[in-house]
Ligand binder design. Structure first.
Ligand SMILES: [Zn+2]
Length: 102
């Protein structure tokens, strides 16, 4: 039963992420608000059903304001000494993703 609940929760998280990313790329204030709302609901579902967000989704959520980071729309991406740095266009918070040395 728990597994089924988590499976459904994960599918809803993925669906909400798709919608939120779509809204975040649209650019109007209403769309950005809706995107943050979807992202908030997504995090709530994850917390309630104890589902950890997939890495691909987790890396694209701003820890400052909860916005979905879409390249070229509301965030800038830089590479500095081998690390990928995302800067949120909404609140300015930076997120640093470490890359394994090659
Ligand atoms: Zn932010």
């Amino acid at each position: 039963m728990k597994n089924l609940e988590r499976e459904i929760a994960l599918s809803r998280i993925k669906r909400l992420y798709g919608l939120a990313a779509q809204r975040a790329s649209m650019g109007t204030e209403r769309d950005r608000k809706l995107s943050r709302r979807y992202s908030h609901i997504m995090l709530e579902i994850g917390r309630h059903y104890k589902v950890s967000l997939p890495r691909g989704i987790k890396n694209h959520i701003c820890t400052g304001c909860g916005a979905i980071l879409v390249h070229g729309s509301n965030c800038s991406v830089r590479i500095s000494s081998g690390n990928v740095i995302y800067k949120c266009g909404e609140c300015g918070k930076t997120k640093r993703l470490y890359r394994a040395p090659t």
